[in-house]
Design a protein. Structure first.
Length: 272
């Protein structure tokens, strides 16, 4: 083996090792605050199951009315939350729909009204209950830590959710691409629209990633028809990625879509 070939092989091996190490150390659900098994970092944990995903998702018996795929939790009633608009803040010029979409799924843990391990379809056979079963009544209870991460049902001290983006203006009738019309509030950046399986999707490009391409590091907007036209809404999942636990930025805030250095979570949408 020549020295040149040996150098190439060693370099390739080093690169493969770096890729493997990077993948192994990447933070996702396993071991995170969203992992309620004993290997996680949540407020409570259980030995009753090692299934990390079951606390939110199920392959069978999911709630088909839930706004997220294969949802395995009992959802709260949309009208049971006190919303930001009740503060009558004069600068809040978007219209809110009842709490719904992915925000309702997030709140099924984060409003503190039920134990974090209440699921529709428990692990194993014969564990389905439409009213919900608790996987471990002893080890896992309701979320604690007011006002974060247990938000409660009074959402007036939180960033508004289930609100039309930018004061409204963008709808499914607009062509794909960057919104070229006028938003109700000019202090918001134009959303971008595409179609997935014939359905409109919207997002706001963040400083991270590829422009005009919908990625998990963008601020994701959610299509809802509640106010007469299908249009983009801001929800919990707009700023948070529940499947990426990486601590973002110097303040180590987990589950943000990007780090918030220089408030770039805010300035991605707000032109301030």
């Amino acid at each position: 083996m020549t020295g040149a070939i040996r150098h190439i092989l060693l370099t390739a091996s080093s690169l493969l090792l770096l890729v493997w190490v990077g993948s192994a150390s990447a933070q996702t659900i396993v071991g995170s605050q969203h992992d309620l098994t004993v290997g996680g970092n949540a407020q409570g944990s259980t030995n009753n199951t090692d299934e990390v995903c079951v606390f939110c998702h199920t392959p069978h018996g999911s709630d088909i009315a839930a706004p997220v795929p294969l949802w395995n939790k009992v959802l709260g009633a949309p009208g049971s939350y006190t919303q930001y608009s009740t503060l009558q803040t004069p600068t809040f010029d978007s219209t809110e729909a009842p709490v719904g979409s992915v925000s309702l799924a997030c709140l099924s843990c984060h409003d503190g009204t039920q134990a974090m391990d209440v699921v529709l379809n428990s692990p194993g056979s014969g564990g389905y209950n439409a009213a919900g079963n608790q996987i471990d009544q002893v080890a896992i209870g309701n979320m604690v830590g007011t006002p974060v991460p247990m938000l409660g049902t009074d959402l007036t001290n939180d960033h508004p959710v289930s609100m039309q983006y930018g004061g409204g203006g963008a709808t499914a009738a607009d062509p794909p691409g960057a919104f070229a019309g006028t938003l109700g509030d000019p202090d918001f950046r134009a959303p971008i629209r595409a179609d997935v399986n014939g359905n409109p999707v919207w997002w706001v490009d963040s400083p991270v990633g590829t422009a005009l391409t919908r990625e998990s590091t963008d601020m994701i907007l959610y299509a809802r028809p509640d106010l007469g036209a299908v249009q983009p809404f801001v929800e919990c999942g707009s700023c948070h990625d529940p499947h990426n636990s990486a601590s973002q930025g110097p303040t180590s805030v987990a589950f943000l879509r990007i780090n918030n250095t220089a408030s770039q979570i805010c300035t991605t949408c707000h032109t301030k």
